[in-house]
Design a protein around this ligand. Structure first.
Ligand SMILES: Nc1ccn([C@@H]2O[C@H](COP(=O)(O)OP(=O)(O)OP(=O)(O)O)[C@@H](O)[C@H]2O)c(=O)n1
Ligand SMILES: C[C@](O)(CO)[C@H](O)COP(=O)(O)O
Length: 372
């Protein structure tokens, strides 16, 4: 059996896809497309290693959801591939676009049974082909697909150039490598535009609701501004913190990240990173919201309980509630209570906040059907 590493390229920006969620983050039942595709390939063959390229800000999110080798991509497909090749030590490497989500098993098996310097699937055009205003013989035209199986050493050598190619085959062809062609499949269509989602292997996203909880406390600090839920509280003390200390937003961020399975606020915004010194926690919340929406979630609702002996929040609750609801684009409820003068809160040393948040997957399947 061939020694093969699988590389799934998924660090693109889905520009042409023109949808709030990048295609590699569409949920197929409960899995992001990148995980669905990687697991599907691994059902068809025992690869020695599976590598995925991911947007550099999403590597950590992939690692939360799988044990594959996740490599930061780059601004071009070929550069992302070169990053991934650094981790390949098998004789062969199979490279596929995450966007080709429904590659049939027999294509993969046929590639593996026909190794060469580069073996690629193709389909034949069924339309008349015009090249620079001249009709050409369409029987001589091949529409190239992925996955492509390459001899690793040859591919690395072929990519040791500044010239950019749109696929591995072209690079290997450019150094005189032996190219083998096998029949491809319409099922290997690349998801480029939103309308390309009419692929039978793509199951609609789960309708599950995901709940997360957050808890945070901050000590009081004299001569600092106080913000809670992004609202300025009119007192002459604030919270001791690396950021602006908005303990309500911090608990809410942890609830949102918890619901998504993305870890916690400290992983996203380390409190020893100078770039977050004194930062408005509203900016942190906006970044988390954008990350959730871009990676396939919708925010359903959130509920906060602020536990504070002081300051009195009666006149601020509605403002905080409205501000957080506007920031998230979802219903946020805010409760406030004292601690009956018990413990550190009762001694007016600081404030605690407990938050809950619910998320669901963006229903791309419903959006697809409504656009048809
Ligand atoms: N810098 C890049 C660009 C693309 N890809 C991957 O290469 C595959 C083919 O690229 P394409 O279909 O063009 O995806 P995008 O680059 O995301 O699409 P667009 O060009 O519309 O932005 C995709 O699976 C994409 O995730 C990548 O890993 N790194
Ligand atoms: C690699 C590929 O899928 C072969 O047809 C195609 O070249 C990728 O093009 P893209 O513009 O990077 O999607």
């Amino acid at each position: 059996m061939l020694n093969v590493t699988l590389i799934i390229l998924s660090a693109g920006n889905s520009t042409r896809f023109d949808y709030p969620v990048k295609k590699q983050w569409l949920r197929i039942e409960n899995k992001p497309l990148w995980q669905f595709v990687a697991e599907r390939f691994n059902q068809f063959f025992e690869f020695k290693k599976t590598i995925l390229t991911a947007n550099k800000n999403e590597v950590r999110l992939y690692e939360k959801l799988c044990d594959y080798t996740i490599v930061p991509g780059d601004k071009e497909r070929q550069l992302s591939l070169k990053n991934a090749l650094e981790y390949v030590d098998t004789e062969y490497v199979m490279v596929s676009d995450v966007a080709r989500a429904c590659v049939p098993k027999e294509i993969i098996q046929n590639l593996l049974q026909n190794p060469a310097d580069c073996t690629v699937p193709f389909i034949k055009p069924v339309d008349t082909v015009v090249y620079e205003n001249s009709t050409i013989d369409r029987d001589k035209v091949k529409l190239i697909q992925t996955p492509q199986l390459s001899r690793t050493e040859i591919l690395k050598r072929a990519l040791d150039t500044d010239k950019l190619f749109t696929d591995e085959r072209a690079a290997i062809e450019a150094i005189g490598g032996e190219i083998k062609y096998i029949s491809g499949s319409e099922k290997s269509k690349k998801i480029t535009y939103f309308k390309d989602l009419n692929l039978s292997c793509l199951k609609k996203p789960s309708k599950d609701i995901f709940t997360g909880t957050g808890y945070d406390t901050h000590k009081f600090e004299e001569n600092k501004e106080m913000f809670l839920g992004g609202v300025k509280i009119d007192v002459d003390y604030g919270f001791k913190a690396h950021s602006d200390g908005d303990v309500a937003i911090h608990a809410l961020i942890d609830a949102l990240l918890g619901a998504a399975g993305y870890g916690d606020i400290g992983e996203f915004f380390p409190d020893d990173d100078p770039k977050f010194k004194g930062i408005s926690s509203v900016k942190l919340l906006e970044y988390v919201k954008e990350t959730l929406l871009k990676t396939g979630f919708e925010i359903v609702n959130a509920d906060l309980t602020i536990i504070a002996q002081k300051p009195r929040l009666k006149e601020y609750k509605t403002k905080i509630q409205r501000n957080l609801s506007d920031l998230l684009g979802a219903r946020v409820n805010v409760k406030a209570t004292t601690n009956e003068k018990m413990g550190f809160i009762g001694r007016c040393e600081g404030v605690a906040v407990i938050a809950n948040a619910n998320l669901k997957y963006k229903d791309w399947h419903e959006d697809y059907n409504s656009r048809k």
